[in-house]
Design a protein around this ligand. Structure first.
Ligand code: KG4
Ligand code: ZN
Length: 348
């Protein structure tokens, strides 16, 4: 079965072709980062308009790269939510229009399920069950994953998401949006021990996170040390605090569900220090840690095509035509495969 995947939930248009027999055939991405950078964040209306411009050329590109025709596609998966409503509508509209034209089923995919399953696209995929640390621009969650659609939330953020904390801290240090990768680069030249920042909720006894206090601590620190020469040390201290909290909570989650496999997904999963620290910590307990390939850490079409293919294999999907988007959508509400049918009922 050949599945076309379309991602358009935020500021990246991603399109991919996944074959359930052959694996990922092609994927293409256009990022809008440069367009939004001058505003310091994503401008939803500009994002929607750019998705409209990009999605069909990217679709043509993946078809050409995979040497396939439109008529070879058996189903279409698109990001139904969560995300920006106007941006989601572009992917959803294109998916359904193509679905009607080709007379093939269409499936709305949960964006975080895409991230959650993205490490399964790699050459050495994890077996179920595993604990997933989902760290993106909008979410920070620890999930216990026992199969496709079988997700239990173990911990969540009470305020800012990990990526958001990286981005806001980067902004405080004068780095361009989105700052996560830039902050991490700056931190490479810094001394992480010079400034001591708090590790929020480290000893809270649960698996939840809170990052707004850390952001405030960075604000106070950067006001005390406005010299840009100190920024690398502040960035390094911040990154170490984030890594400590994310690492320690991930280990606690593994312990709580008696599991030794950790999967890290979402944009912050691209962070090199986090990868190194988790690698070392998991090795110590004799477990394994799995990271998606860097290209599949941040938003992409491949993870949507893959998650869609897994769902479709279990009998998900519906005739194209009537569609909805879910700008707000809790991953846990789609716990059982039966929800695949329920959650795609158009909203009243
Ligand atoms: O998963 P993603 O592409 O989009 C969402 O679904 O939110 O994650 C984007 C987030 C941004 O906050 C970005 O700054 C962060 O991931 N990010 C990083 C790195 N690369 C991207 N954060 C820390 N270190 C990085 N290397
Ligand atoms: Zn994402």
């Amino acid at each position: 079965m050949l599945v076309l995947g379309i991602e358009s939930s935020c500021d990246e248009t991603g399109v991919a072709l996944y074959d359930t027999g052959l694996g990922l055939l092609a994927h293409a991405l256009h990022t809008q980062i440069a367009m939004h950078a001058e505003y310091g964040g994503v401008v939803p209306e500009l994002a929607s308009r750019d998705h409209i411009r990009r999605v069909l050329p990217l679709t043509r590109q993946v078809l050409a790269d995979a040497q396939r025709q439109l008529s070879d596609i058996n189903a279409i998966a698109y990001t139904e939510g969560p995300g920006l409503a106007g941006a989601l509508l572009v992917g959803s509209g294109i998916a359904h229009a193509l679905g009607v034209a080709l007379d093939i089923p269409v499936l709305g995919v949960h964006h975080l399920e895409g991230h959650l399953l993205s490490p399964l696209l790699s050459a050495n995929p994890p077996a179920y069950p595993f604990v997933a640390l989902l760290v993106s621009g909008g979410h920070t969650q620890l999930m216990h994953v026992t199969g496709v659609g079988q997700y239990v939330t173990l911990g969540d953020t009470l305020d800012d998401a990990a990526g958001e904390a990286f981005d806001k801290t980067a902004q405080l240090l004068g780095l361009p949006y989105p700052g996560g990768a830039a902050l991490s680069k700056l931190a490479e030249n810094g001394d992480a021990t010079r400034f001591k920042l708090p590790r929020p909720m480290l000893h809270s006894g649960d698996l939840n996170f809170s990052f707004s206090g850390l952001k405030t601590a960075v604000l106070t620190l950067s006001q005390k040390h406005p010299d840009p020469a100190d920024h690398a040390d502040i960035a390094a201290a911040f990154q170490l605090a984030m890594t400590d909290v994310l690492g320690s909570k991930s280990l606690a989650a593994l312990k709580a569900v008696r599991c030794k496999r950790l999967v890290v997904a979402g944009g912050v999963g691209a962070n090199r220090q986090l990868r190194t620290a988790l690698d070392a910590a998991i090795k110590k307990i004799g477990g394994s840690v799995y990271f998606p390939e860097l290209a599949f850490c941040t938003d992409n079409g491949a993870m949507i095509a893959y998650a869609g293919a897994m769902r479709l294999r279990e009998g998900g999907g519906r005739p194209a035509g009537v569609f909805t988007v879910r700008p707000r959508w809790d991953l846990e509400t789609m716990a059982a495969p039966a929800h695949t049918v329920q959650h795609i009922t158009p909203a009243p």
